[in-house]
Ligand binder design. Structure first.
Ligand SMILES: *Cc1c(COP(=O)(O)O)cnc(C)c1O
Length: 400
């Protein structure tokens, strides 16, 4: 073994890496070529992919590509500075207005990514006199934001409104923020939004929704889960969504009252101290927002694929989870076994990612199947037929 210049650094890291490998938790990247689409080109072979979050198939849409090309001619490539210096363009402004309108909120503010939005929002709203309450299965960026804020940090049982209520009743904190994924990223199930909003109103707590997997897909014309659940700005005052999943671009936003947006603009460090996303990306995202309405067949087609997949998988006795969204995980349990199933699918040309701890709790490794509007019914049938074969060979059973 060759060691680098700093022996203790190399040894420490190598020991940690070996431990990951021993636990079947070591991760590798797959290098793709060409655009994100159901037939994904990896190392000389086309795979049928059920792994991306490009739920509406917009990432490779000709109108988005054209919009971005034209915007690059108009604006150039880099934004040159942060929003508060000189990086905030008319393109960013227009996109913020479109996102506010789409989500039915007075104002919106763009962030560089969903991760940055979440750490920046929570840490701007709370400090050590406050308390944050997070669903146990919240996305890592929400947990990190809560920890970064310095507020007292509690995780409540997944989607358990009573557990949350008990915790809220007990706290002496000055301000209380309740934070939840609206659609859970690794499970695909949805938070009980009306009940959460009621408890927050009752207990004088603020509700923050992360709609990374709902924006564009759920609600009237893709306006997201808060709209779908009929939650007003008062009931769900802090609504966050991303532009890198169903909207096919990159970046994120928060939508809410004028006061909220002004406060985040003043206080959110991951908004202030970072370069604005390229204007051409903002123009592409604006085009995506417009397409939600113009090509609403995408939401309908996706919903049809979800319904068909679930019906067939239930019939076959596959270990489906309680999800009615584009995220349709099959629960396997053991991380090593999940890897084997994923590899067996890959051997026959189908890509489905095995999701393992620490992304999900121990013994809940799963195959995270995602469906998109770019898939055809035939492609979904192909996936089901292959899963059926793995099931017959005894590989695809739940083992806890
Ligand atoms: C993907 C995701 C994020 C992060 O968004 P990025 O724009 O990819 O940084 C945040 N929250 C949830 C629930 C997500 O799934």
């Amino acid at each position: 073994m060759t060691l680098g210049p700093n022996v203790s650094l190399e040894q420490t890291l190598q020991a940690r890496l070996q431990e990951r490998k021993d636990q079947s938790l070591y991760r590798l990247r797959m290098t793709t070529k060409g655009p994100q689409k159901p037939l994904l080109h990896v190392r000389g072979r086309d795979y049928l992919s059920f792994t991306s979050n490009d739920y509406l198939g917009l990432a490779n849409h000709p109108l988005l590509i054209e919009a971005m090309q034209n915007a690059a001619s108009e604006y150039g490539v880099g934004s040159g500075a942060s929003h508060l210096v000189c990086g905030h363009s008319a393109a960013h402004d227009e996109l913020e207005q479109a996102l506010a309108k789409l989500t039915g909120r007075p104002k919106a503010l763009l962030f560089g990514s969903g991760y940055m939005a979440n750490i920046g929002i929570i840490s701007a709203l709370l400090d050590k006199s406050d308390a944050v309450f997070e669903d146990r299965l919240n996305h890592a960026s929400l947990l990190d934001g809560g920890l970064l804020s310095g507020a007292r940090f509690q995780r409540y049982q997944h989607n358990d409104v009573l557990d949350l209520q008990r915790r809220l009743q007990k706290t002496q904190a000055r301000n209380k923020l309740v934070v939840t994924d609206a659609v859970f990223s690794m499970d695909g199930d949805q938070a009980p939004l009306p009940q959460l909003a009621d408890v927050c109103t009752q207990q004088d707590a603020w509700l923050m929704l992360d709609d990374a997997h709902g924006i564009g897909v759920l609600g009237l014309q893709g306006g997201g889960t808060a709209l779908a659940a009929g939650l007003s700005v008062d009931q769900a005052p802090i609504y966050m969504g991303t532009l890198g999943k169903a909207l096919g671009c990159y970046g994120a936003f928060v939508a809410g009252s004028e006061t909220l947006i002004d406060a985040l603009l003043q206080f959110s460090r991951s908004y202030i101290y970072t370069t604005a996303v390229p204007p051409a990306v903002a123009v592409a995202a604006l085009t995506a927002v417009q397409l939600l309405r113009q090509e609403s067949w995408r939401q309908t087609h996706l919903q049809q694929l979800i319904t068909a997949f679930r019906a067939a998988a239930l019939d076959m006795g596959l270990p489906l989870m309680d999800s009615y969204t584009a995220i349709q995980p099959l629960l396997i349990g053991d991380a090593d076994k999940a890897m084997k199933v994923s590899q067996a699918l890959r051997d026959v040309g189908i890509l489905v990612t095995a999701i393992r701890p620490p992304t999900v709790p121990v013994n809940s490794a799963r195959l995270r199947i995602t469906l998109t509007a770019a898939h055809t019914q035939v492609q979904v049938e192909q996936l089901l037929a292959t899963l059926g074969k793995l099931q017959q060979s005894g590989l695809l059973t739940r083992a806890l």
